[in-house]
Design a protein around this ligand. Structure first.
Ligand SMILES: Nc1ncnc2c1ncn2[C@@H]1O[C@H](COP(=O)(O)OP(=O)(O)OP(=O)(O)O)[C@@H](O)[C@H]1O
Ligand SMILES: [Mg+2]
Length: 872
């Protein structure tokens, strides 16, 4: 509805929604008529006499100043409960109270007075839901009743989730709180409701402009006044208006809130601030992902908005910190870094998302054919109707003719971004394949998407407007049955749900919006281009693409025009599209925190959704993507990457369990019944006592700790080897080569297999890395005390569930030939003859494949080549 066409009732409702006092609103409408802007102006410029008398002048000085000291005694801020009970006086004489679609006076609702029947009320978004107490409401406190009303009125929800209730209860009690709840569980309501409940302002600190923008638009749709501040805010008057208390909810980036401390203190004195909410608070911690140094400086909030500093406050203004991904270490760091009060309430809900089907898929290919193999299923899903056979033929044909440089780009070099340098691999028209339709035509005009955008970098999330693209469209309502029972019951009885879950598991996953996360910008384009060739409507998304394109991608994805978005981490945080059916990580995520956050964008409608990690080369250990990190942070980043690698390699534990336990939570369900491991079952455990003994002995021997008499291991390293480090701490690769050379019974176990076993031993605490540096996979193993004990327990079996790399190695046994053997081979005339034969065959084949270059007869080399060729 346009402002000009608003009725007086709607203006009143709007103003109440903004948090103005009912009496002031009434007076303003009387004076200026049904104009929203004029009424706001009126209230702010004079009508607020009454409220100013209560709260003191907005221009009065703060802290220990004389005026606030004077006002401190009689003008102290009310407690939240007091505010709710007497903040809005019932005014039955008001002409507005007879009109049913106005907000009812709070105190009447608080008393639970039945003022009319539900049926008689019009079904407008501003309709009053009368607060009669129904059976469900017995035992609810008054504020809960009030919240229930607001929840229904503004958001259309009937109940608060238990964690939301807990968070609000902590706020009502003026406590700081840390809310840890799964992605998409509804954390935003925890800080939005206080603004509506008290009419005071809630300040929300958020890391991204796009996130703030989206939330403001969503709130506007729900009739809640909100604004965002920061560099992304084009309208410069918004900040002034916000500081004058016009908006109920102010979204602000950390950098800006630090600049506005004084103004916010004044706002706390005038309209009042109900709460400071710090969303995505994991950004505070160096031990988490997405660390943002400015978040750490938010510790100033606790001190600046405490009773000690602001004498007009009766209670410290509560802080509410919220995130979906924080390990125990990160939680402690958040509490400490933000100087949150000692009695802060920590609210932890289950991180478990029961409708997400996690899987990890491995392949060993390392060429363009890996795209074909890895996305075959996806292409089939999206082109099912168009007969995949046709698409497949096209796919094979395309691959045959793919240029070399193209296939190199598509290899699994995703962990070595710098190695990809074939800008020529993408012609302009090629690069446009990954673009949305409208942008494609735009770009063909101004060549926006030429190779200059194909930098092979990753997107690093450092600043508030780094990923400043928003459409504000992600606000749909869930229509599906929400299966996230873990929120509604503390002890979620999975067995009783197993039938329902079995149906989920067996049911085909419908085609639906899909996000593919890749580590580098260049890959967003190459994968999108690949998928587009086979008729999948896909687009690339990374921070370096033009804003117009990114907006278009957001819009088309939201409108279900695009089927697949191939993105870097830039596509993301806070995306609340309900029907995302599939999140594929093509390449290792940098941490399990990042992974869970990104995967959490799937299945917000409660229906089954797939979250797969797909990586093309199991032999390669993932590395960190470039980012500015201190030494300490690099170490932590490696630790997180290593945890992520272990998640992918483990083949014996439910994936949801691994994820939930990673966040320090007990997984009471034991199994999710959906993930690849729960459905296929763990691999058979093997007694690897012999192998473990050999490996431990080899490690001990390399570390000079061979204290056992009967050790059969014969260390191949001569004493006095110049590299001291090598003697002290074995290089794992070398160590394995030695084992394979000396123990022929293990000749078929390749490096991959031993690498897996070493990881198992490290996880069980039998070996540790002797290097100070952090590694994803052990490099310089050393035995631990329990490792030594293990060696002593000679006859006890040692059962191990093989990990993914061990299983792959067992499937593709390769004969081993050591360097020494290879050397000896040349001495044997028969072996030498065979090798030369093979070499000759290879060299004869080559000229046909290669372009023949005519030798240059002016040079000695050229003449020599010509002579050889002539002889052939
Ligand atoms: N009490 C409730 N009952 C039903 N639906 C709810 C309730 N609270 C929130 N929701 C819905 O849950 C969805 C996700 O909410 P929200 O964006 O707040 O999640 P979030 O926890 O902040 O997620 P993220 O971690 O991704 O930021 C929204 O569509 C919202 O309408
Ligand atoms: Mg959120």
């Amino acid at each position: 509805m346009e402002r000009g066409k608003m009725t007086s009732d709607q203006v009143v409702a709007e103003l109440i929604g903004m948090g103005f006092e009912f009496d002031d609103v009434k007076e303003a409408i009387k004076a200026v008529g049904p104009s929203l802007d004029d009424a706001v102006e009126f209230i702010l410029n004079g009508c607020c006499r009454k409220s100013r008398n209560v709260l003191g002048s907005s221009t009065s000085s703060l802290g220990g100043s004389t005026s606030s000291k004077k006002s401190a005694g009689k003008m102290r801020q009310l407690s939240i409960i007091e505010h709710l009970q007497c903040g809005r006086k019932p005014n039955k004489s008001s002409k507005f109270t007879n009109e049913p679609h106005l907000v009812m006076p709070s105190s009447e609702r608080l008393l639970g007075t039945a003022l009319g029947s539900k049926e008689s009320l019009p079904e407008t978004s501003n309709a009053i839901i009368p607060c009669y107490k129904d059976e469900d409401d017995i035992g609810r406190s008054d504020w809960e009743m009030e919240v229930k009303h607001i929840l229904k009125k503004h958001f259309g929800h009937s109940f608060l989730k238990p964690f939301q209730k807990e968070a609000l209860a902590a706020w009502i009690a003026h406590k700081d709180s840390l809310v840890l709840a799964a992605t998409g569980s509804g954390k935003s309501l925890c800080f939005q409701i206080p603004a509506l409940l008290t009419g005071k302002v809630v300040v929300v600190i958020s890391p991204l402009i796009s996130l703030m923008h989206d939330q403001c638009l969503m709130l506007a749709k729900h009739g809640v006044s909100a604004c965002f501040l920061g560099s992304g805010q084009i309208d410069k008057s918004v900040e002034e208006k916000a500081m004058n208390g016009i908006y109920g909810i102010i979204y602000v980036c950390p950098e800006t809130v630090l600049r506005l401390i004084r103004s916010l203190q004044r706002l706390a004195e005038s309209r009042g601030i109900a709460l400071f909410a710090i969303d995505e608070v994991h950004c505070v911690s160096k031990w988490g992902h997405d660390f943002r140094p400015d978040y750490r400086r938010l510790s100033i909030l606790r001190e600046s908005f405490s009773t000690e500093n602001l004498k007009f406050l009766k209670f410290d203004i509560p802080l509410m910190a919220l995130t979906a991904t924080a390990t125990i270490r990160v939680r402690d760091d958040i509490l400490k870094s933000l100087c949150m009060s000692m009695d802060s309430k920590i609210i932890v809900t289950s991180f478990f998302r029961p409708n997400l089907r996690f899987s990890v898929k491995h392949s060993r290919t390392s060429s363009l054919s890996s795209y074909e193999k890895d996305f075959h299923e996806l292409i089939e899903i999206f082109t099912r109707k168009k007969k995949f056979g046709k698409a497949h033929q096209l796919m094979s044909k395309n691959l045959e003719h793919a240029p070399d440089n193209m296939s190199r780009t598509a290899t699994c070099d995703m962990f070595e971004p710098d190695t990809i340098d074939d800008d020529d691999a993408f012609s302009e028209s090629d690069s446009e394949v990954g673009m949305s339709n409208e942008c494609r035509s735009a770009s063909s005009k101004d060549k926006k998407l030429s190779v200059e955008y194909l930098e092979d970098e990753c997107d690093v999330f450092q600043d508030t407007d780094d990923l400043d693209v928003s459409c504000g469209e992600f606000s749909g309502q869930s229509t599906a049955k929400i299966l996230n029972e873990s929120d509604s019951t503390d002890a979620y009885d999975l067995q009783s749900r197993s039938e329902e879950r079995l149906k989920l598991q067996l049911g085909p996953l419908e085609e639906g919006p899909t996000i593919i996360y890749v580590p580098t910008r260049k890959e967003t384009l190459s994968v999108a281009k690949f998928l587009s060739r086979f008729g999948v409507k896909s687009a690339a998304y990374n921070a370096k693409l033009p804003k117009a394109h990114l907006r278009q991608v957001h819009k088309e994805f939201h409108d279900n025009i695009l089927q697949v978005v191939v993105a870097t981490i830039a596509f993301g945080m806070g995306i609340n599209k309900l029907n995302v059916r599939r999140i594929i990580h093509y390449g290792w995520p940098q941490s399990l925190e990042a992974y869970y956050q990104e995967a959490g964008r799937a299945g917000r409608d409660g229906k089954l959704a797939d979250c797969a990690v797909l990586y093309a080369n199991l032999t390669r250990i993932p590395t960190l993507l470039p980012s500015q990190r201190s030494e300490e942070q690099t170490k932590q980043a490696y630790k997180m990457l290593s945890d992520c690698f272990r998640y992918g390699m483990r083949a014996s534990s439910c994936r949801a369990k691994m994820l939930v336990e990673y966040f320090g939570q007990e997984f009471v369900q034991k199994k999710c019944f959906l993930c690849d491991i729960c459905t296929k079952g763990p691999p058979e455990a093997h007694n690897l006592k012999k192998e473990v003994t050999i490996l431990m002995q080899a490690i001990m021997s390399h570390n000079g700790q061979n204290r056992f008499q009967d050790v059969s291991y014969n260390d191949a390293i001569e004493p006095g080897v110049s590299c001291r480090r090598f003697v002290e701490k074995s290089n794992f690769k070398r160590l394995i080569s030695t084992i394979r050379e000396q123990h022929h019974e293990f000749i078929s176990c390749d490096f991959l297999w031993w690498r897996g076993l070493a990881r198992v031993l490290e996880d069980k605490g039998f070996i540790k890395d002797g290097d100070d540096k952090a590694h994803v996979q052990i490099k310089f193993p050393e035995p631990t005390e329990s490792g030594l004990q293990l060696l002593r327990s000679e006859n006890r079996p040692f059962y191990v569930y093989p990990e993914a790399d061990m299983m792959l190695s067992m499937r593709n046994r390769k004969p081993y030939s050591s360097f020494a053997e290879w050397g000896k081979g040349w001495a044997d005339p028969e072996i030498r003859r065979q090798r030369l034969e093979r070499k000759r065959e290879r060299s004869w084949k080559r000229p046909k494949e290669r372009k023949m270059v005519k030798p240059d007869m002016k040079t000695v080399r050229g003449r020599l080549v010509a002579k050889i060729l002539k002889r052939r």
